[in-house]
Design a protein around this ligand. Structure first.
Ligand code: NAD
Ligand code: MG
Length: 397
């Protein structure tokens, strides 16, 4: 029996995780669930999964949750950042699913890493904004990182076993790997005329053709900054050089990513676009668990196609690739600027194509490049958010 904390339990990844966990009551026990503000959903999850702890974002949402739960379960309800870190690092916990969206996930995910847990990493922003530091912490504590993001999970599955034990520090070349191929669907705006991009609404951006996901990552998929963040995520997880990492558009989302070996072999991981597959893989690793995902029907798929991402359509992807090799300051700043820009887009304060403009302008405004401690990283994150907000203010005038 392994005990799990699910950070971001009410989200798309969180709920898919609990769906898989519930299929294996003999293997997993839910230790803690956390959520920001969705009290009603959290109450339902607590009634179903009976966690020892439930952590909310604020005192008021914790009180509401307590009221809803009454005496139906013995779950202890708490709130706040300290409680988040505590349920991530608690001695009773074996596995932490890191599925908070955005920079808010960094502190609790690092707490799990520092406590040497098995960390199932969905929260790519945490790794993007802390990079080497994140990997160093895992090295120090011996925490095992298993990628949940479907592309990284696919690559992980296609690696030799020996390399799977070296997340963050492996040498791809030593394992006979020439490069990694990250696939992406190209998002909902892949085929529309370029001049129509600026008119796209949040509703259209969140209507992903293949995947059902939270709103922030859906917008990131439309700009392909999601692929950019994943590029940075892959750089750290698999210790890649620029030559060892490529992005290709694959509209059908059947192949979730690939590994090109030096002998010409390409290994790909395929499956239905359903996050329960990588989640089940990360939960069961090295064993396989039933996930509820149906089998691929190759006769229904018909064909698999591939193409290069166009730079005019996806300026955010290019910004992320450049930021990746510019240094940690740049990826931290880009992630922060994007969070502010996406939020503004979702609130219809800016247009779709403004997201890239905000990110670009913020990256150019950052002049302090020191980013070797949590404090300096958070300072850059803060500066970038302020610069993005300033851009938005000027835009509104
Ligand atoms: P979501 O918006 O559906 O859920 C986010 C979760 O985080 C919720 O439980 C919410 O309560 C919590 N949360 C939000 N803000 C918080 C804060 N300030 N403090 C504490 N908790 C907070 O998001 P999602 O789609 O499930 O994505 C979660 C993470 O997984 C993201 O980093 C995303 O990039 C990554 N991811 C998601 C998918 C997917 O299919 N949804 C795929 C790959 C990676
Ligand atoms: Mg992904």
């Amino acid at each position: 029996m392994r005990r799990i904390t699910v950070l971001g339990a009410t989200g798309s990844i969180g709920q898919n995780t609990l769906d898989v966990v519930a299929r294996h009551p003999e293997d997993f026990e839910v230790f803690a669930l956390t959520a920001h503000s969705q009290v009603q959903v959290m109450a339902e999850l607590c009634l179903k999964h009976h966690p020892q702890y439930a952590v909310m974002g604020s005192q008021s949402s914790a009180s509401e949750l307590k009221e809803l739960l009454g005496t139906q379960v013995s779950t202890q309800v708490t709130y706040g950042e300290k409680a988040l870190a505590e349920v991530s690092a608690a001695g009773d916990v074996n596995i932490v699913m890191a599925a908070i969206v955005g920079a808010a996930g960094l502190a609790p995910t690092l707490a799990a890493i520092d406590a040497g847990k098995d960390v199932l990493l969905a929260n790519k922003e945490a790794l993007v904004m802390s990079g080497q530091l994140f990997i160093d912490h895992a090295q120090r504590s011996g925490a095992r990182i298993i990628p949940v993001d479907s592309e990284h999970n696919a690559i992980f599955q296609c690696l030799p076993q020996a390399a799977q034990q070296l997340v963050g520090t492996m040498s791809l070349a030593e394992h006979g790997i020439q490069h990694l191929l990250l696939t992406g669907s190209g998002g909902p705006f892949r085929d529309i005329p370029l001049e129509e991009l600026s008119k796209q609404t949040p509703g259209a951006a969140c209507n992903h053709p293949n995947w059902s996901m939270g709103r922030k990552i859906s917008v990131d998929s439309a700009t392909m900054l999601n692929k950019g963040l994943e590029y940075i995520e892959a750089r750290w997880l698999f210790n890649c050089s620029r030559e060892q990492l490529k992005v290709v558009i694959h509209p059908q989302s059947v192949i979730h990513s690939m590994v090109q070996y030096t002998d010409g072999s390409v290994l790909a991981q395929m499956g239905e676009p359903d996050m329960r597959t990588p989640i089940a893989h990360s939960l069961g690793y090295p064993e396989r668990l039933e996930s509820g995902v149906s089998n691929l029907d190759f006769t229904q798929i018909g064909q698999l196609t591939f193409k290069q991402p166009e730079s005019a359509r996806y300026p955010c992807l290019q910004l992320a690739i450049e930021a990746c090799w510019a240094g940690q300051w740049a990826t931290t700043a880009l992630n922060a600027a994007n969070e502010i820009a996406v939020d503004a887009f979702l609130q219809e304060q800016v247009g779709f194509t403004d997201i890239a403009k905000v990110c670009d302008s913020v990256l150019q405004s950052i002049t302090t490049h020191e980013a070797d401690s949590i404090e300096t990283l958070l300072a850059i994150d803060k500066k970038a958010r302020l610069a993005a907000k300033q851009w938005l203010q000027e835009y509104a005038q």
